[in-house]
Design a protein around this ligand. Structure first.
Ligand code: MG
Length: 280
């Protein structure tokens, strides 16, 4: 459904809640996209290195880039190309960011993949903030992106700990350092308010606002993801972020079996998750 409009999705499917194939990228039903591919790079690295090793994560991103993925974001492509040609993990994304204009410099490409970090670092918020920001910097160095990853992962950590107000606690934790634009967009959600409009663009502040709304408000994991995807726009990414939040809220057992069986990587993700808990 990526890049489709809400009205086009509704016209074709009503409320879409099944895996369907051969959409935007002409892939079979249940095919994972760039979000999950990179989340898997992070998760595999965490397990194999027994902790966060940004150079190793960067190397895995480059190997995925070399596999010629059908979908890859602009800043990610530029950063991974630089990494491939010798930049260090903390140089490539920084350089691409400095060379980008406002409006094209803060995409959602790092927030969509960062959730695996929240499992091993759930109880160490200082370290979780640091590793979340560094994982972003590999391709997305803008503070809205780096702190966007931190806010998402602190929220997930709070949910895993059954916090009453996970988003408020996450925002309180990073507020002094994080950009006002990010905090200002998310504060109303933490107070239980719904913004007048929820955007579905690839701008990190919009994607995070919409996905956190859907992930935190829905009454089931399925509802969170279905709502996010049916909004159209950057569906795989907003669905991925909303799904990470909803997964932490409701637990993996609440994910619909009919979706899990459609995804080839389900078994590997299950196994990695067990091992991520052990890394902690
Ligand atoms: Mg996307």
């Amino acid at each position: 459904m990526e890049f489709g409009s809400a009205s086009a999705i509704a016209a074709e499917y009503g409320r879409l809640d099944e895996m369907v194939g051969h959409g935007t990228w002409n892939q079979p039903a249940g095919t994972i996209t760039d979000d999950t591919e990179q989340a898997l790079c992070i998760a595999r690295s965490l397990v194999e290195r027994q902790g966060f090793d940004p150079a190793d994560v960067a190397e895995r991103f480059v190997a995925w880039y070399d596999s010629d993925p059908f979908d890859i974001g602009r800043m990610t492509m530029r950063s991974l190309s630089r990494l491939k040609h010798g930049d260090a993990w903390d140089e490539a994304g920084q350089q691409v960011w400095e060379d980008s204009l406002e409006g094209q410099n803060a995409g959602n490409g790092s927030v969509m993949r960062c959730a695996p970090l929240a499992v091993p670092y759930a109880t160490d918020w200082e370290r979780l903030t640091e590793v979340s920001r560094q994982s972003s910097q590999i391709t997305h160095a803008d503070p809205r992106c780096t702190y966007g990853c931190a806010v998402l992962n602190l929220t997930i950590a709070g949910l895993l700990d059954d916090a009453d107000e996970p988003l408020r606690e996450a925002l309180d934790d990073v507020e002094t350092n994080a950009p006002d634009e990010l905090i200002g967009a998310l504060r109303p959600l933490a107070r239980g308010e719904t913004p007048d409009t929820l955007e579905t663009s690839g701008y990190v502040v919009h994607s995070l606002q919409t996905a956190l709304h859907d992930g935190l408000v829905a009454e089931s994991a399925e509802e969170a993801i279905v709502t996010a995807v049916n909004r159209g726009g950057d569906t795989d990414t907003i669905g991925a972020i909303a799904g990470a939040v909803a997964g932490a809220r409701f637990g993996a057992a609440q994910l619909p079996e009919r979706w899990l069986t459609a995804i080839d990587e389900t078994g590997e993700i299950d196994a990695l998750t067990e091992r991520l808990v052990e890394v902690a």
